[in-house]
Each structure stands twice: as C-alpha cells, then as structure tokens.
Design a protein around this ligand. Structure first.
Ligand SMILES: Nc1ncnc2c1ncn2[C@@H]1O[C@H](COP(=O)(O)OP(=O)(O)OP(=O)(O)O)[C@@H](O)[C@H]1O
Length: 259
C-alpha cells in the first residue's frame, strides 16, 4: 500500500508528436501531488503514463522510466494490466456503469481480478470501499439500486470506491471535481486528504485553490510555445510553489498573469 513514484527522463509521444519532454520527479508515499499548468501542457498525458493508460491510445508511447518502489512500470517483463490494478484512476466525469447497481459498480474491478468472490467477501469489499470513499452512510440502504441514480458528487465518490476496491497503491485523479458543484467538490477534497493516509495520490487540477487546499507537493508544467512539448518547470512543496517559487513562469501562472 502507498508506494513511492520516481519519474526519470520521461518523454511522451502521440505518434510523431512529442507531447511531453524530459520529466523527472519524485512523489513520496502517503502524499498528494497536484499537477498544474495551462491547457495542453501535458498534465493529463503525464498522469496517464503513470499507469500505462497512455499506451492504450493507438500510436502513443513513452520513453524513460516510471519506478514504483524501484520497479520500472515500463520494464518489458511488467504486465500493464497488473500496473493498472496497482495504480487506480478516477476521471473528470463520474463514469459509473449506468445499468449496474451501486454494489456491482464497486465490485466491477474486483470481479475482473477474481471472478469467484464469495458473497461475504463481496459484502466486505463493498462496505470497506464505500466507507473509504465516504459514501457508505448515504447509500447503505440502497446498494441494489443503479449507480446512475446518485448525484454527481455521489457518483464520483462511487468511482473512487470502485478504484479503491482493488486495493491499489496509487490513485490518479484527472480533474475529479471539474463536473461537480462546490459542496460536492469540498466533499471530494476532504476525501482526498483522507485517502492520502493510505495511498499515494496524484491529481490534475485547473483549480489553484484546490491545489493549494489538498496537495503537499505541486508540479507546474508549461509549454515554451504552441506545438512544443510540455515540460515540468518546477516542483516543490505546495507552500513554496504558491508563495516563493524559483521560476518566474511559475509565479506568473500562480498569480494569474497568464494561463
Ligand atoms: N489522444 C491524443 N492524440 C494526439 N494528441 C493528443 C492526445 N491527447 C492529448 N494530445 C496532445 O498532447 C498535448 C498534451 O495534452 P494533455 O491533454 O496532456 O494536456 P493537459 O495539460 O492535460 O491539458 P488540459 O489542461 O487542457 O486538460 C496537447 O498538445 C494535446 O493536443
């Protein structure tokens, strides 16, 4: 549970187009790291490279290393399906399986890994995951109703429950609150702070206040010019990046002078 991520000399391509260049960073276990930066600088691309989701896109590939507790996820001997089990992902729009019950939504990934889960094991996974996603109290009396009947914020917590049901080491979140109202957003932010007790969390956000509220470390990405690859400009404690960054480009972005 909760592993250290080290990214070494990562270059990321969509066929001939290089989207990201030369990223190096360390993400400690039991912490939240926020990726910020203007649109198109490669935040989501880097995030997707951390669980080998990037290469699912035809023609897309990476060069470099992503180490999870010292093991390179891109080593030819490593099974990408196993990587995606270890490194879970939550997307921008809550995407529960609409016809499945709340309970079956939570169990979807767990059933893929093991088709013979006993009833009591399934009940345990459902309760543990829904409690972990701060949703249990709201749905415990309607576990057999469709996941699509929940509010947007509840659906996103259901997706988080589905991600943690397979006991990952890392949770990736790509703008998890961008489709949510402010109250649901705060509920997810509170949850992120709890999740870091157990998992390594990496979140892409356009919301600076959100990065400042939830993250321990912030990584600022930028593009030198349109059509150029995105680069990691600066990474540091969120306190430092927001109050005393080393790079002028970071300061300009944080203070809203561009981006
Ligand atoms: N599936 C794809 N095929 C080809 N190019 C892509 C694909 N997805 C993203 N790109 C390109 O890669 C670059 C980085 O995109 P990415 O979505 O990672 O940026 P981002 O910083 O997450 O942007 P945003 O903040 O707008 O979500 C952009 O130039 C984008 O057009």
């Amino acid at each position: 549970m909760s592993k250290r991520i080290e990214i070494r000399d990562l270059n990321i391509f969509y066929s001939k187009f290089q989207a990201v260049r030369g990223v190096n960073m360390v993400i400690e276990p039991r912490s939240v790291t926020a990726f910020i930066g203007s649109s198109g600088c490669g935040k989501s691309t880097v995030l997707r490279s951390l669980n080998r989701m990037h290469e699912v896109i035809p023609g897309a590939y990476c060069q470099g290393e992503v180490l999870l507790d010292g093991v390179n996820l891109y080593d030819p001997a490593v099974d990408p399906v196993r990587v995606r089990r270890q490194v879970g992902m939550v997307f921008q729009r809550p995407n529960p399986f609409p016809t499945m019950s709340i309970k079956e939504n939570v169990l979807a990934g767990a059933r893929l890994n093991n088709s013979r889960i006993s009833r009591s094991e399934a009940d345990d996974i459902v309760e543990r995951s829904l409690r972990g996603a701060n949703l249990w109290k709201e749905v415990q009396d309607r576990l057999d109703r469709p996941g699509s009947g929940l509010s947007g914020g509840q659906q996103q917590r259901l997706c988080i429950a589905r991600a943690i049901a397979v006991s990952p080491d890392v949770l990736l979140m790509d703008e998890p609150c961008s489709a949510l109202d402010p109250i649901s957003t705060l509920a997810i932010e509170d949850l992120i702070k709890e999740l870091k007790e157990t998992y390594t969390v990496v979140i892409v956000t356009h919301n600076m206040q959100q990065a400042a509220r939830v993250s321990d470390q912030t990584a600022f990405f930028n593009l030198k010019a349109h059509g150029q690859p995105g680069e990691l400009i600066e990474i540091g404690s969120t306190e430092k990046i927001f109050h005393n960054p080393d790079q002028k480009a970071t300061e300009d972005y944080i203070t809203g002078r561009f981006g």
